[in-house]
Design a binder for this molecule. Structure first.
Ligand code: AKG
Ligand code: FE2
Length: 257
């Protein structure tokens, strides 16, 4: 009789974990524990995977072009503000503190952004609420967790391609111990220093404050993590350079559609 054609566990790419040695402190036990950890985090990510056409959830770049070069990164992208725009089905439940911590972090960032809008408006000689009001009542915040795994060919592969963020503000919490972020200035790439605090990258202002081009390079040995929050105008709001900053010499750099 012919044997039924079942695939083996290895062929189906299902992680097989030997429970009998899982808790042993031997090298084999540690290896089983590593496999369990990796399997659990893969399953956890699949639960929150980005759906086609949506940017929220776990995933990589949205594929927009046939010959698109993909970034060496794994991301979790979530709308965090206003609260009624959150899609909690994409918010991981593990680790258990995640949702509460992200909520708290968002509310603190929101307070900070309100202050930034005022300070920037003042520095441009505008009324305190001029920029904030332009972004509308329901100005949005999106947070992206970037995870760059170690990359076997760091000279050939980028963690994130050169880009300038399209947000009104970006608040970035960079990795404390692993370099990677670089800025482009006068034809050269410069390394961003390792920082413990957030850095502000991007501001809209008709070119008075410029959005710098930046990229992330990969690392052969170490993984790198960063958390970027993009602050934008509300979904039904159109922004444009403020009239008060226009002059005959300075026409609008950003045009409305
Ligand atoms: O990982 C970083 O330090 C920068 C991330 C970044 O540029 C982005 O998410 O837009
Ligand atoms: Fe960026």
């Amino acid at each position: 009789m012919e044997k039924p054609k079942f695939k083996t566990v290895q062929e189906m790419d299902i992680p097989a974990i030997d429970l009998s040695i899982l808790l042993s402190s031997s090298d084999d036990g540690r290896e089983e524990l590593r496999k369990l950890h990796s399997a659990l985090s893969t399953w956890e990510k699949q639960k929150y995977a980005r759906e086609t056409g949506s940017f929220q959830g776990y995933g990589n770049d949205m594929i927009l072009l046939d010959d698109q070069v993909l970034d060496w990164t794994d991301r979790l992208y979530l709308t965090t503000y206003p609260e009624d725009q959150r899609k909690l089905k994409f918010w991981p439940k593990v680790p258990i503190e995640f949702r509460e911590t992200l909520h708290e972090y968002t509310m603190k960032q929101h307070l900070l952004v309100e202050k930034f809008y005022k300070a920037i408006a003042r520095s441009l000689g505008l009324k305190d609420n001029r920029l904030r009001e332009m972004c509308g009542e329901n100005a949005a915040m999106e947070t992206r967790f970037n995870m760059y795994p170690p990359c076997p060919r760091p000279g050939k592969v980028l963690g994130i391609k050169p880009h300038a963020d399209g947000s009104a503000f970006t608040l970035l919490l960079p990795e404390k111990n692993v370099e990677g972020l670089q800025f482009f200035k006068d034809g050269k790439w410069y390394k961003a220093p390792l920082l413990r605090d957030k850095i502000l990258i991007n501001i809209m202002s008709n070119g008075i404050y410029k959005s710098p081009v930046h990229r992330v390079v990969t690392n052969k040995e170490k993984e790198r993590i960063s958390v970027a929050t993009f602050c934008n105008e509300g979904p039904d709001t159109e922004i444009e350079p403020v009239d008060e900053l226009m002059s005959e010499a300075k026409t609008k750099i950003v045009q409305k559609d």
